[in-house]
Design a protein around this ligand. Sequence first.
Ligand code: NAX
Length: 328
Amino acid sequence: TRTPVTVTVTGAAGQIGYALLFRIASGQLLGADVPVKLRLLEIPQGLKAAEGTAMELDDCAFPLLQGIDISDDPNVGFDGANVALLVGARPRTKGMERGDLLEANGGIFKPQGKAINDHAADDIKVLVVGNPANTNALIAQAAAPDVPAERFTAMTRLDHNRALSQLSKKTGAPVSEIKKLTIWGNHSATQYPDVFHAEVAGKNAAEVVNDEQWLADTFIPTVAKRGAAIIEARGASSAASAANAAIDHVHTWVNGTDADNWTSAGVVSDGSYGVPEGLISSFPVTAANGKFEIVQGLDVNEFSRTRIDASVKELEEEREAVRGLGLI
Ligand code: NAX
């Protein structure tokens, strides 16, 4: 029998946490033959609700679930963690400036990064979901100097999946026939969903669509503003789709991408495509042997260049801001 994998979920009592934990425990994160131990990290006010969720997890009698620990101490929550899903974050409230938001989240992600550094397993893989995800990941990574930088990633898989779905609707091709889409940059309204290297049933997606105005005026804003549209329709932000994307991200990281495809993830830049080194930016990535690799050598046309640059500029500004606050 395989040794269990320890998965830590922060913000476990929140709405994404609720959509995520049952899927992890059922085997969808790591595989149907991999036992899991869950560690739920919450703030004190969230502990009681996390205990309720743990009771429900017990009541599912998942064969793979080998234990649940709940804590409000990051040093306990990340102890022995092989996978950490950092979901809990400080949301932007009315009147809050971006600097305030970055500072409030620095107060969460810096100590969590330190706790990961000191207590997680050597093979720790971190996915940051809580917003601003890219910069929160950078803060956590900077606080974990003993962990290889590439183990810290930020989630743009939901954006990727949204783009797949929109392109599927437009072209009539099933999502399974759409490959090599890319989300570039920040998980924010400046993100750039790129179809120029994508394929629809084996043909170039931009040629199949053949409508640059639709790309500029409909596709890109629909993907980039989908989060706001969900809030408007549902009265609450994306939860099950966000949890699904987190499952996809980690599953791909661990199990790899297909030979004829790639996906999108916020990973540490090595300077590729003019993205300054060290920024955690979304790129086209493949995965193999438990590692993401940035897809190299793609041509970037003028349409794409301006949009990638704009999103990367925002990431640089966020990095400057958290540097100024002493968070990295
Ligand atoms: P909720 O407000 O429902 O839940 C957040 C939970 O985190 C709460 O239970 C809270 O007590 C807990 N928490 C806060 N600070 C914590 C800390 N220091 N340690 C542990 N737990 C802590 O939010 P939810 O809808 O679950 O969303 C969570 C985060 O995901 C938000 O930051 C949200 O903006 C972000 N999202 C990111 C997405 C992405 O694609 N990267 C998409 C979905 C989502 O909007």
